[in-house]
Write a protein that binds this ligand. Structure first.
Ligand SMILES: [Zn+2]
Length: 371
């Protein structure tokens, strides 16, 4: 439920910012990965090929090539650029069983991936756009402390020194435009281009790998990814790989740690627990449950014949944001008595006003729950 909440939000935000949300197949011809260089450089992390009708296929270790193939389904003019393809793309990489760890290191994971195809004169604006989105996402999910690193040319690299210098300069210009303070990580760029990494901290001070923005000099050349320029000639595109959350699995792990399980209302798997005082209040409780659910509020009734205090205690331990205690008084007046998981409680209020305020809290992704 939490992941679905993140994914729905992610998709909506990307569409607002001019991305096309795409899907690509989970297996692809091995030839593609030979052309890209992945078979040569990352073979240890790829799963063995499978043979289909005399062709070798592998399960995808990254989404980049699928997006290149979408781009190449037809020719593009300079006027159409930038094109931004975003995918919650599940990828598979071999890791030794000894290094697997909970949700944070797994063999199949879903990257919140995107690739931007643009002209070189658009690169800076595109990087600014990604940085702005990354900041917006980190902030919405409630992380306040993070560190930005700009990684420069490593010893082994693709492309020319001049291209590296220009792209590195573009990244630092973009950071400067947004007044972001950052450190240089010398020689830590990937072989195909410089990158910006953002590492954020959870509430316990643990560091997590967050957004990365990479410029790529390698793939456009290897796959001849081009556009037709104003001069009617073919030019190689500038390609950006970027992720803002990292992998959905690892990001979920970071959220669990950050909130200690007490998620903001918009992400909480169960948002409202209705606690009837006695069995005769059950009908009323179910009526409220149906009304909240039909407005998209995730609600349950604790119908067990247990003492009210025990049910409240249980809901608090489960970190459910709201508890609605309903007894004779509430049934008679069509009200609810609201409690928060913190123990804070309010006098009875009309059910309709409670419903409106919960809906507002969810829609606005409010971080601090108050009455
Ligand atoms: Zn990529």
């Amino acid at each position: 439920m939490i992941r679905r909440g993140i994914e729905d939000f992610w998709k909506a935000e990307h569409i607002k910012r001019g991305y096309d949300v795409v899907y690509t197949p989970h297996i692809a011809k091995l030839d593609l990965w030979i052309t890209s260089g992945h078979w040569e450089f990352y073979r240890d992390y790829l799963y063995s090929p499978m043979e289909v009708e005399g062709q070798e296929y592998i399960i995808k270790p990254m989404n980049c090539l699928g997006h290149i193939l979408i781009y190449q389904t037809r020719q593009h003019s300079y006027r159409e650029l930038p094109l931004r393809y975003a995918e919650l793309g599940t990828v598979y990489r071999y890791e030794r069983s000894g290094v697997l760890l909970g949700l944070s290191r797994v063999r199949g994971f879903t990257q919140d991936d995107a690739h931007i195809f643009c002209r070189f004169d658009q690169l800076e604006d595109e990087v600014v756009g990604v940085l702005d989105l990354a900041h917006f996402m980190i902030d919405t999910f409630g992380f306040t402390s993070y560190q930005v690193l700009l990684s420069t040319r490593p010893e082994k690299y693709a492309g020319t020194i001049q291209a590296w210098e220009e792209a590195t300069e573009t990244l630092s210009q973009a950071l400067a435009r947004l007044k972001v303070t950052y450190n240089i990580d010398p020689g830590e760029g990937v072989f195909y281009g410089p990158k910006i990494d953002i590492k954020f901290e959870d509430a316990q001070g643990r560091g997590w790998q967050g957004p990365t923005i990479q410029v790529d000099f390698n793939l456009p050349q290897r796959f001849n990814v081009t556009y037709i320029g104003e001069d009617s000639k073919e030019h190689l595109v500038a390609m950006i790989h970027r992720t803002v959350l990292g992998s959905m699995e690892r990001f979920l792990a970071s959220l669990i740690e950050h909130y200690g399980g007490a998620f903001p209302v918009w992400l909480a798997p169960l948002q409202v627990m209705i606690i009837p005082v006695a069995d005769r209040h059950l009908d009323y409780a179910y009526k409220l449950e149906a009304a909240l659910r039909s407005d998209g509020v995730r609600t349950k009734v604790d119908a067990r014949s247990e003492r009210v205090n025990l049910k409240i205690r249980q809901a608090q331990l489960d970190k459910i944001p709201y508890m609605l205690v309903v007894g004779d008084k509430e049934v008679a007046a069509f009200t609810v008595s609201v409690r928060l998981r913190s123990g804070e409680q309010a006098a009875s209020q009309s059910f309709d006003s409670f419903k409106e305020s919960v809906k507002g809290t969810i829609a606005n992704k409010v971080k601090d729950l108050r009455l």
